[in-house]
Design a protein around this ligand. Structure first.
Ligand SMILES: Cc1cc2nc3c(=O)[nH]c(=O)nc-3n(C[C@H](O)[C@H](O)[C@H](O)COP(=O)(O)OP(=O)(O)OC[C@H]3O[C@@H](n4cnc5c(N)ncnc54)[C@H](O)[C@@H]3O)c2cc1C
Length: 381
C-alpha cells in the first residue's frame, strides 16, 4: 500500500461503484471518505433490480468479503425471464425450464447499497455532500459542496454517475445519444394493483417487444415492480414532448398512442404507477475515448463509461472498476499513484469499450423489427 500510505482518498458518489471501492480500499487500511449528495441513506427508494455477473459484480463482492451478506439478500428466481410479444403471449419462459440454474443472481438495488454501507467504518460516507466544484490546493484537491462545506483530499475518484461533476476535469469527451429514450415507472403492491401483470411477472422479469419498442418489467422484493419503456426518439424528445411526467393521464395517453395495438393489460402499469414517471434519454460514451491519466484523479462506473442498460452491464462494470482500481492503488508494483491510475484507466477503457459495443448492438437489436427473433436466438442459440 506504499503509494497511498498517508494519502486521503475522496470518492464522490455513493452508488454501487463508489461504495464498492470504499470497502475494497478500507479493508486494506486506506484512508477513504465517500461524499454522497443524498441527504441520508434512507432519503430515496433505490430503483430496479440488478443481476450480478460472476466475472465482475460478484467478483468484486467476493474480494470485498461480502458474499455471505449477498447470499442472505439476493432473490432466487428474480432472474427468471419471460419473453413476450406485444399481445402478452409468452414465447420463452424460464419458469417452465426444469433444468433452470441461477447464473446471474438478482439483488435489489436497496439491499445491495445496504450491504455495502454496513461494510464500511462508521462515518465513511458523508451524506448531504453534493459536489459542485473542485479547486487545486497545494498537492491535492479541495472539494466544494452545494451546502457550503468543503473537504480536502490527496486523490479524488469520480463515482458520481452519468452526470459526473468531476469527469470534465479529466476529459472533455461527452457521451453520444443512443437513439433510445426510456420512460421509467414503479407500481407498489403489484399483486393487488396490477394482478394480471403480477402473475405474468411471477417474481421475475418480463421482456416485451414489438413494433421496434420494448417494455421491460422487473419484480422487487418489497412487493413492488419497476418498468421501463424503450422507444426510438429524437434526443430532445424528453424535453420537447409537452408531456407532464407528473400527470398520470398525460403519460397514459402518450403510452396508448405510442404503443397502439399492444394488449390493454400493459396500460395498467401506467394507470397504477406512482408519480412521477422518469424520462431517461439513453447515452453512451464513445467506444474509442482516450485521455492522458492525471496524477491524482480518476473515475469509474457510469462517470467513466455510461451506456444504455440493455446488456445489464452498468453495475457490473462499475463494481469491476472498483475492484481493478483498488488493486492498482494498493499494489506495490507501481511507483506512483499516477502510474497506478494510468494502468487502471488503460485496462478500464478497453474493457468498457468492448462491453459498450456489445451493449449498443443489443440496444439496436431489441429495438429492431426482428427483436423477438433476435432475443429468442440469444436464449436458444
Ligand atoms: C432504467 C435503468 C435500468 C438499469 N438496469 C440495469 C441492470 O439491470 N443491470 C446493470 O448492471 N445496470 C443497470 N443499469 C445501469 C446502472 O444503474 C448503472 O450503470 C450503475 O448504477 C452505475 O453505478 P455507479 O456507481 O457508477 O453510478 P450510480 O449508480 O449512478 O451512482 C452515483 C452516485 O453518485 C451520487 N452523485 C451523483 N452526483 C453527485 C454529486 N455531484 N456529488 C455527490 N454525489 C453525487 C448519486 O446520488 C449516486 O448515489 C440501469 C440503469 C437504468 C437507468
Amino acid at each position: 500500500m506504499k503509494i497511498i500510505a498517508n494519502k486521503k482518498i475522496a470518492i464522490a458518489g455513493g452508488g454501487p461503484g463508489g461504495l464498492s471501492l470504499a470497502r475494497l480500499l478500507q479493508v486494506k487500511g486506506a484512508d477513504v471518505k465517500v461524499y454522497e449528495r443524498d441527504v441520508s441513506r434512507d432519503v430515496r427508494v433505490q430503483g430496479a433490480t440488478l443481476d450480478l455477473h460472476e466475472e465482475s459484480g460478484l467478483k468484486a463482492l467476493q474480494e470485498a468479503g461480502l458474499m455471505d451478506a449477498f447470499r442472505k439478500n439476493y432473490r432466487p428466481g428474480a432472474d427468471k425471464i419471460r419473453i413476450v410479444d406485444k399481445h402478452a403471449n409468452i414465447l420463452l419462459d424460464d419458469h417452465e425450464d426444469v433444468a433452470y440454474e441461477i447464473s446471474r443472481p438478482e439483488i435489489d438495488r436497496g439491499p445491495l447499497r445496504k450491504i455495502l454501507l454496513e461494510s464500511l467504518q462508521p462515518g465513511t460516507v458523508v451524506w448531504n455532500s453534493h459536489l459542485v466544484g473542485l479547486q487545486k490546493k497545494d498537492d491535492g484537491w479541495q472539494l466544494e459542496f452545494q451546502n457550503g462545506t468543503t473537504a480536502i483530499a490527496d486523490i479524488v475518484i469520480a463515482a458520481d454517475g452519468a452526470n459526473s461533476k468531476i469527469r470534465p476535469y479529466i476529459t472533455p469527451i461527452k457521451p453520444f445519444y443512443s437513439g433510445v429514450t426510456i420512460v421509467e415507472g414503479a407500481v407498489y403492491n403489484s399483486s393487488t394493483a396490477v394482478p394480471e401483470l403480477h402473475q405474468l411477472l411471477n417474481g421475475g422479469k418480463i421482456f416485451a417487444m414489438g413494433d421496434e419498442k420494448t417494455l421491460i418489467v422487473s419484480s422487487k422484493g418489497d412487493g413492488s415492480l419497476v418498468f421501463y419503456t424503450g422507444c426510438k426518439t429524437d434526443e430532445s424528445w424528453s424535453c420537447n414532448n409537452g408531456i407532464d411526467f407528473n400527470n398520470a393521464q398525460e403519460v397514459l395517453a402518450w403510452f396508448q398512442q405510442e404503443f397502439a395495438g399492444w394488449n390493454s393489460v400493459w396500460s395498467q402499469l401506467f394507470e397504477k404507477a406512482s408519480l412521477p414517471f422518469i424520462p431517461r434519454p439513453q447515452y453512451c460514451m464513445p467506444l474509442d475515448q482516450y485521455w492522458n491519466a492525471l496524477p491524482d484523479m480518476t473515475m469509474l462506473g457510469d462517470a467513466a463509461h455510461l451506456m444504455p442498460p440493455y446488456a445489464g452491464e452498468g453495475v457490473n462494470m462499475a463494481m469491476l472498476d472498483a475492484l481493478e482500481l483498488s488493486t492498482c492503488l494498493i499494489s506495490d508494483d507501481f511507483n506512483t499513484v499516477h502510474d497506478a491510475i494510468a494502468f487502471y484507466e488503460k485496462e478500464m477503457r478497453a474493457r468498457a469499450s468492448a462491453i459498450a459495443g456489445m451493449t449498443m448492438e443489443q440496444t439496436a437489436s431489441l429495438h429492431s423489427p426482428d427483436a423477438i427473433k433476435n432475443m429468442l436466438a440469444m436464449f436458444n442459440p
